[in-house]
Design a protein around this ligand. Structure first.
Ligand SMILES: Nc1ncnc2c1ncn2[C@@H]1O[C@H](COP(=O)(O)OP(=O)(O)OP(=O)(O)O)[C@@H](O)[C@H]1O
Ligand SMILES: [Mg+2]
Length: 363
């Protein structure tokens, strides 16, 4: 289930321009991580470095026992097969229909028969809700469908690691909500290690297990969602709460006089908003990598902001969680991944977990 990626002291520059330096983080196996940062801070460069398309100046990217930047070409090629990538521009071939676009990596990298290719392509198209659109050209479908086609293509080689660059850019809020649900559902199904670059604060607050923030050529912080959502660190706080007051200005960073002016005017960053419950898989199952709500705060003696972990129906998920987990997988029963929750006496948990929407095909 998924592969851990350990990044140590990674530095990348183009000519004399340092993009980021000394970045260290661990993407835990099977977990969903989100990478945030103002435009131009090098998020896409980071993704391309992880998959070996760009070579860092210094540092290590450990994928298992292989240090990716220093692998000979043949081993790099093999290691890349562990990755599924959805690049920022989607990059579907305009002259190929969706079926052929999604089949492309299989035809390029495997010797599978056409009937096998067909089976896999249709399975992945079904996963992302695109069944029936096989014959469409990229120019004939909506932005949301293009993103999902790109996701299906990133999934055909059964990746252990899925890197997705701004899957939600250019989508309206409803489509973004469906896409977020799809990402959580995919993680529940394939258990790969996910890294998602996004600018959407709601996505960052509700989808991932971990959040990282790049700013001023550094990784300011990387860690569990609850750690960043309860952090008082000014950059993290400003970014995750989409505030104007703080160190980040229109042209990436404010100068000293702007910050002094803000301080004089008595601007304060305000109270931290509540930590929302994390989005659940739409079939209600608990993802293998999912952490209990409030667990990080409790383990680190952090009091979450008032109102945290309470859903729209007023349920407190720190309290509900043990009951919920018990109802999904009763003691002694094997939880079948992909199957329905084991039928305990009394059946499934009576009411839905936070934020359930089926990832419908209609967008
Ligand atoms: N191949 C390249 N050669 C030279 N400079 C590059 C190259 N690729 C990216 N850059 C520079 O690296 C910096 C970071 O770019 P990157 O695309 O990673 O930003 P980003 O954080 O993804 O921004 P956005 O949120 O707008 O997508 C930019 O200044 C960009 O011009
Ligand atoms: Mg980018």
């Amino acid at each position: 289930m998924g592969v851990e990626i350990r990044v140590e002291g990674l530095t990348k520059s183009f000519g004399r321009q340092t993009i980021w330096q000394d970045v260290s983080l661990t993407l835990p196996a099977g977990e969903i991580s989100v990478l945030l940062g103002p435009s131009g801070t090098g998020k896409s460069v980071f993704l391309k470095s992880l998959v070996g398309l760009l070579k860092p100046d210094r540092g290590h990217i450990w994928v298992g026992d292989r240090d990716l930047p220093y692998l000979p070409e043949s081993q790099l090629y093999d290691t890349r097969k562990l990755f599924g990538v959805l690049f920022q521009d989607g990059a579907l071939f305009g002259s190929m229909n969706l079926f052929d676009n999604i089949a492309f990596p299989l035809r390029e990298h495997t010797k599978k028969s056409e009937s096998e290719v067909k089976r896999i392509v249709l399975e992945k198209m079904d996963m992302v809700g695109l069944l029936g659109a096989e014959g469409k050209l990229p120019g004939e479908i909506s932005g949301g469908m293009k993103k999902r086609a790109g996701l299906a293509r990133a999934l055909v080689l059964d990746p252990e690691i899925l890197l997705v660059d701004e899957p939600d850019s250019g989508l309206d809020p409803v489509r973004t909500a469906y896409l977020n649900q799809l990402i959580v559902d995919l993680n529940a199904q394939i258990n790969a290690t996910f890294l998602i670059v996004t600018h959407d604060i709601n996505t960052a607050r509700t989808v991932p297990d971990n959040i990282g923030l790049l700013f001023r050529r550094e990784l300011v912080m990387f860690g569990p969602r609850e750690m960043l959502l309860s952090s008082e660190e000014p950059v993290v706080r400003q970014f995750l709460n989409a505030r104007k007051v703080g160190p980040i200005g229109m042209s990436e960073e404010k100068d000293v006089s702007e910050l002094e002016a803000e301080a004089k005017m008595g601007h304060d960053p305000g109270k931290l908003p509540p930590i929302p419950p994390q989005l659940m898989a739409s079939d209600g199952r608990v993802r293998p990598a999912q952490h209990a709500p409030g667990a990080w705060c409790a383990a680190h003696g952090v009091t979450p902001p008032p109102g945290s972990f309470i859903d729209d129906l007023g349920r407190n998920w720190v309290e509900e969680w043990p009951r919920y987990v018990a109802s999904m997988a009763p003691a002694g029963a094997d939880h079948v991944p992909g199957g329905p929750p084991p039928g305990a006496p009394g059946g499934r948990y009576p009411s839905p977990p936070p934020g359930q929407h089926g990832a419908g095909a209609g967008y």
